[in-house]
Write a protein that binds this ligand. Structure first.
Ligand code: GDP
Ligand code: ZN
Length: 453
């Protein structure tokens, strides 16, 4: 059944700025009449129609290609019109105004994808994968987003949901025949099936965890005096001869963030230039924000020259960190003292120490492997699909309920409680693909999309 959106929506679907081609996308039941008005005729469905785009007065606004996809065979499942014009902001604005004049309204971010979701063209995990594909910052991330978009993740989830349902029906049938309930539950089939589902959930969880890592990456705070070699290290780690590292400094005292990636795992690096001293209120606010970011980091790197001790300013920050924050010492410039690259564990503190040379690119693999290992990044491209934190949460909830159900069975032979746990596990999983979803969640997910997608 089609989900009827009374509005016809429109947006420029190409990136802002100038480009060879710019696309205005229209979706909804007015798309056909809009096409007729703009083109002077209804274009043949799914054919490229080349010609002028007319204004209300019959002037030519642009010339380009129009594509018309009648429902339900379109991205959104509604009638869709795409006007491919010249990719300049003025022309595209004209075209957009023209279709609005003809009864469309401006689309909200992600509204086309949301419409596609509403019309069962894709499920929620696939819709999210569209945004993740667009935002992917590495080839690995893009590949796994594509895998999710094609439904690899959803298929796993759906298969699990199906198994949970089957098992629940079996258990419920047992409950309906109380005199045989115990036999039913203890014949080994239920326990075996539970074991199997738990195995599978664990596998999907591990794979999704890799996907989340590919998407969100690792966040590291780097402490170090000027000239410690922080920029050199970033350049060296980014693996490019020419630095692609950019310092994005907001205000002078804001947090400095850089992003590189290690074998596909995004590495967000916060430079702490702004956390040292505060002399006025503006600085104070900057420092507080920096601390917030630091608190959310996965690890702190202290960079110092081989043979030196930690500077008191860096030590002061280290002292303020929560106990649980992992710290790695990087002893840079080993070439100056003729030291070999090395990784060791400092006896007293238990910290990892890595001896390397950023400039001469020695010992970098030790650091790369260390960071990947600490985050559990496997870097096997096989079967990793893009996933988000909310998916992991749902999988975790499903795991918890299933484990709980297993206990109900083993300890109390409590069929009814097991059935309820299976139902809750199934519901949690269904949130991933959006079969049970609140409007609130949908709003949050789609509002982070780009306009026109
Ligand atoms: P930052 O201020 O911490 O970002 O430090 P930079 O990366 O700008 O490096 C400061 C200076 O140290 C530069 O002249 C680098 O060439 C030099 N440097 C960085 N790493 C090494 C290294 O491993 N060995 C030597 N000899 N010099 C290095
Ligand atoms: Zn620097």
């Amino acid at each position: 059944m089609e989900f009827e959106n009374i509005d016809t929506i429109a947006a420029v679907a190409t990136a802002p700025g100038r480009g060879g081609v710019g696309i205005v996308r229209v979706s909804g039941n007015k798309a056909k009449s809009i096409a007729e008005a703009v083109l002077g005729k209804v274009p043949e469905p799914r054919y490229a129609h080349y010609g002028p785009f007319y204004s209300a007065q019959g002037d030519v606004l642009d010339r380009g290609i129009a594509l018309y996809f009648p429902n339900p065979n379109s991205f959104t499942g509604e009638d869709v019109l795409e006007l491919q014009g010249h990719g300049g902001p003025v022309v595209l604005q004209w075209l957009l105004e023209r279709v609005v004049e003809l009864g469309a309204r401006l689309a909200e971010p992600g509204e086309f994808s949301k419409q596609a979701f509403m019309n069962d063209k894709l499920d929620l995990a696939q819709a999210e994968a569209i945004a993740d594909l667009i935002e992917a910052s590495s080839a690995q991330a893009a590949k796994s987003a594509l895998r999710s978009l094609q439904g690899d993740f959803s298929r796993e989830v759906n298969a699990l949901v199906e198994e949970l349902i089957q098992l629940r029906l079996y258990v419920e049938a047992a409950i309906d025949f109380p005199e045989e309930e115990i036999d039913f539950l203890s014949d080994g089939k239920v326990a075996g099936q539970l074991e199997h589902i738990l195995d599978r959930l664990h596998q999907v969880f591990a794979s999704a965890q890799q996907g989340v890592l590919l998407r969100e990456g690792m966040s590291v705070v780097i402490l170090g005096r000027p000239n410690a070699g922080k920029s050199s290290l970033l350049n060296a780690l980014s693996g490019k001869e020419i630095a692609i590292v950019t310092d994005i400094a907001g205000t002078t005292r804001d947090i400095v963030k850089e992003e590189i990636n290690i074998d596909g795992m995004p590495l967000h690096i916060l430079d702490t230039a702004g956390v040292r001293e505060a002399t006025d209120q503006v600085e104070q606010i900057g420092i507080e924000r920096a601390w917030q970011a630091i608190d959310n980091a996965d690890r702190v790197l202290v960079m110092l020259q081989a043979g030196e001790s930690i500077h008191e300013e860096d030590q002061a920050i280290l002292d303020k960190l929560p106990q649980s924050m992992p710290v790695t010492l990087v002893r840079n410039k080993i070439d100056l003292i003729g030291h070999e690259p090395m990784i060791e564990c400092e006896q007293a503190s238990g910290r990892t120490v890595i001896w390397l040379s950023a400039k001469h690119r020695q010992g970098l693999d030790l650091l790369r492997d260390h960071l990947k290992t600490e985050m559990g990044y496997a870097q096997t491209e096989e079967g990793v699909f893009m996933a988000r934190k909310r998916h992991l949460d749902a999988l975790q909830t499903a795991l918890d309920y299933t484990r709980n159900g297993q206990q109900q069975l083993e300890m109390f032979a409590a069929g009814e409680l097991l059935a309820e746990d299976l139902r809750l596990a199934q519901e949690a999983l269904s949130e991933i693909t959006g079969r049970f979803t609140s409007d609130d969640l949908l709003g949050r997910i789609f509002s982070s999309f780009c306009i026109g997608k």
